[in-house]
Design a protein around this ligand. Structure first.
Ligand SMILES: Nc1ncnc2c1ncn2[C@@H]1O[C@H](COP(=O)(O)OP(=O)(O)OP(=O)(O)O)[C@@H](O)[C@H]1O
Ligand SMILES: [Mg+2]
Length: 248
């Protein structure tokens, strides 16, 4: 019997970004499968945000491409990104508007129609239903991050991309966010690509990991397989084994 080969949800092929003769991302190739939670790790300045900005078409690659459900981001970004939700820069909301008003505004800018019922549904999913009429300026950082996730969920994404979503979030907020991401991956089969320096949190959260250094791929694979092959028992030791000898 032949084993079923899963088509990647997202695939990077030779992705490269050069700005003013400096290679920020260097021939990066890896792929993501449905329902997996990927940690995207690397030292400061290793090119994580630059890569995530290329995936979400905020900047253009110098060469290489990204394919989402087989659609090229450089040639057909509208189609490719129609299944992507993301928080790349800090989620920015109008502080004097309520959560529901912010999401309505965001929905009005979406390519696909988003009704009020979906807005209420995503607020329910992220646990903000009771606070949906409150102005965002009254929200804690953890609540703002969850509102960011609600916003990313609006158009029923297959993939959610988060750049350092846990920065500054307190332990209770972290626990809620991790549980929420796991639930979305398991129940809705949403794939996550999450950059973070919080390696313990990422070990709890991610089943796969991609590590880059100086814009280049160092390792990618299942966390438990990489731990076994490097003979370490946690993600922090794996990270240092992979990027040892470089600035952190
Ligand atoms: N617009 C730009 N012009 C020139 N250099 C840039 C530009 N944007 C980023 N860089 C440089 O590219 C490198 C990679 O930056 P990037 O922000 O992608 O790293 P990162 O892995 O996200 O780092 P961190 O963990 O600190 O967020 C850094 O050396 C940065 O200074
Ligand atoms: Mg970054």
């Amino acid at each position: 019997m032949t084993e079923k080969v899963q088509t990647p949800v997202l695939e990077l092929k030779g992705l490269t970004k050069i700005i003013r003769h400096k290679t920020l991302v260097n021939d990066l190739s890896f792929s993501l499968n449905q329902g997996d939670i990927y940690g995207f790790l690397g030292p400061n300045g290793s090119g994580k945000t630059t890569t995530l900005r290329m995936i979400t078409h905020l900047i253009f690659p110098t060469s290489g491409d990204i394919f989402i459900h087989g659609h090229s981001v450089t040639r057909d970004y509208r189609r490719a990104l129609s299944v992507v939700g993301s928080i790349i820069e800090n989620p920015s909301f109008y502080l004097n508007l309520t959560a529901i008003q912010n999401l309505k505004l965001s929905a009005s800018l979406a390519d696909t129609p988003v009704g009020s019922s979906r807005i209420n549904e995503v607020l329910e999913i992220v646990g903000l239903a009771d606070a949906k009429q409150d102005k965002v300026k009254t929200y804690s950082l953890g609540m703002k991050q969850r509102l960011g996730l609600a916003n990313a969920l609006l158009c029923h994404p297959a993939i959610i991309i988060l750049d350092e979503p846990t920065n500054g979030v307190d332990p209770a907020g972290l626990r809620e966010m991790k549980a929420l991401i796991k639930r979305l991956a398991q129940q809705e089969h949403i794939t996550f690509l999450i950059s973070s320096h919080m390696l313990r949190e990422m070990q709890d959260l991610c089943n796969k990991v991609t590590i880059i250094q100086k814009g280049k791929l160092v390792e990618t694979g299942r966390v438990h397989e990489l731990l076994a092959s490097y003979q370490v028992d946690n993600l922090e030791d794996l990270f240092f084994a992979c990027v040892e000898g470089d600035q952190l």
